[in-house]
Ligand binder design. Structure first.
Ligand code: PMP
Length: 331
C-alpha cells in the first residue's frame, strides 16, 4: 500500500515537462518545472512548510499561534494549508489587485482574508506590508513569516527545487529561468545550480516590464501577479542572477494563453512571463541543441480564469490583439 501521511507529505518533487509547440524556431530544449502540482497549487507550498518548521523550532510559533502574512495569494495558500494541518489560525493580507478567485481559495482553506490597497509605498500605513505587520504585532500569538526577508524561503529552494532540477536532468541543465517576486526561488535554486555545476549553469531572472529588478529607474504598474516588485526584497541576492529579461504584460499573457492551448499547461501569468523570457534569451543568443533550459512555472491558471483567460477582461485592459491571436475560433 502507498498511503501518504497527509497532503503536505506531497509537497515538492514536481516533474519536468518538455515544451513542444510554443518553441517554434528554437533549437534548445526547453523543459518546464510544473509547480502547480504541489498540493496547494504553487511553488509557495515549499517555503510555507520550511518557514513554519523553522518558526516552531525557534519558538516564534507555538500552540494557539496566529500566522499573519502579506501575500499575493500563493504564499497565503501554502501557509493556510500547513497552518490548518498543524492547528494554527491564518490571516492573509492581500493587495486589492489580487483576483477574487485567489481570495476565495484562501477562505476555502480556512484563512481569514484582509484586503489592502495596491499602488501605495511599502512604508505607507495603508500598504499590505504595514497592515500585516500591525496585525501580527497586536494579535496575541501573532507571527509574521515575512517571506520577503525570511531566509528559510530561499533555503527551501536551495534544499529542494535546485536539487530536483539537477537530478531530473542528470546534471545536464544549462540554463535556469524563474520569475522574481520575493526572489526566493531564483536565489535558492539558482545558487544550488551554480554550485552543483561549478558555475556552468546560467541563471536568468524573468521580470515584468515596469518592475524594479530589470530597470530600477523606470518602475511603473504592471498586471502580472506574483512576480515583479516596486522595491528590492531583502532575501533577493542579485549576485546569483546572470541575466534578467524584462517581459511586457501583453507578451506574458499571450504566452500564458498559448501554454494552455498548445501545451496543455493551464498556468498563471508569471509562468507565461517566465517562458517568454526563456524564448527571448534563447533567440537572442541563438542557443543550440546542447542547451537545456529549465523554466519554473510557479502556479496554476485556475486562479486567473476571470482575468487572463477572460476575453472581456483582456480587451478592457488593452490586450485585444492577444485575444484575437489566441481565442478559439467561433463557429
Ligand atoms: N509567480 C507567482 C504566481 C508567485 O506567487 C510568486 C511568488 N510570490 C512568484 C512568481 C515569484 O517567486 P519568488 O517569490 O520565489 O521570487
Amino acid at each position: 500500500m502507498t498511503i501518504h501521511n497527509g497532503i503536505t507529505a506531497l509537497i515538492g518533487d514536481t516533474p519536468l515537462v518538455r515544451l513542444n509547440h510554443v518553441t517554434d524556431g528554437i533549437r534548445a530544449t526547453i523543459a518546464v518545472k510544473v509547480e502547480y502540482l504541489n498540493p496547494g497549487g504553487s511553488s509557495k507550498d515549499r517555503i510555507a512548510e520550511r518557514i513554519i518548521d523553522a518558526a516552531e523550532r525557534s519558538g516564534e510559533l507555538g500552540p494557539g499561534g496566529v500566522i499573519v502574512e502579506p501575500t499575493s495569494g500563493n504564499t497565503g495558500v501554502g501557509l493556510a494549508l500547513v497552518a490548518q494541518q498543524r492547528g494554527y489560525r491564518m490571516i492573509a493580507v492581500v493587495q486589492d489587485k489580487v483576483s477574487q478567485d485567489k481570495r476565495d481559495v484562501l477562505a476555502a482553506y480556512g484563512a481569514e482574508v484582509v484586503v489592502a490597497p495596491g499602488g501605495v509605498a511599502p512604508d505607507d500605513p495603508r500598504s499590505y506590508y504595514s497592515v500585516a505587520r500591525r496585525l501580527a504585532a497586536t494579535i496575541p500569538g501573532g507571527y509574521m513569516p515575512n517571506q520577503y526577508a525570511n531566509p528559510n524561503g530561499p533555503e527551501s529552494h536551495y534544499l529542494t527545487t535546485g536539487p530536483e532540477i539537477w537530478r531530473a536532468t542528470d546534471g545536464h541543465v544549462t540554463h535556469f529561468v524563474a520569475g522574481i517576486g520575493t526572489g526566493g526561488t531564483i536565489t535558492g535554486a539558482g545558487r544550488y545550480l551554480h554550485e552543483a555545476s561549478g558555475g556552468r549553469v546560467t541563471v536568468i531572472g524573468a521580470d515584468p516590464e515596469g518592475s524594479v529588478f530589470s530597470d530600477p529607474d523606470h518602475t511603473h504598474p504592471f498586471l502580472v501577479e506574483g512576480a515583479g516588485k516596486e522595491d528590492v526584497p531583502a532575501i533577493y541576492d542579485p549576485s546569483v542572477v546572470d541575466a534578467i529579461e524584462a517581459v511586457p504584460d501583453a507578451e506574458s499573457f499571450e504566452m500564458t494563453r498559448r501554454l494552455a492551448r498548445e501545451e496543455g499547461l493551464l498556468v498563471g501569468g508569471s509562468s507565461g512571463m517566465a517562458v517568454a523570457a526563456a524564448l527571448r534569451y534563447a533567440r537572442a543568443r541563438d542557443l543550440g541543441p546542447d542547451a537545456l533550459m529549465v523554466v519554473l512555472l510557479p502556479d496554476s491558471g485556475r486562479g486567473y480564469m476571470s482575468k487572463i483567460f477572460n476575453d472581456d477582461w483582456m480587451r478592457e485592459h488593452g490586450f485585444a490583439d492577444v485575444v484575437a491571436r489566441t481565442s478559439a475560433p467561433s463557429l
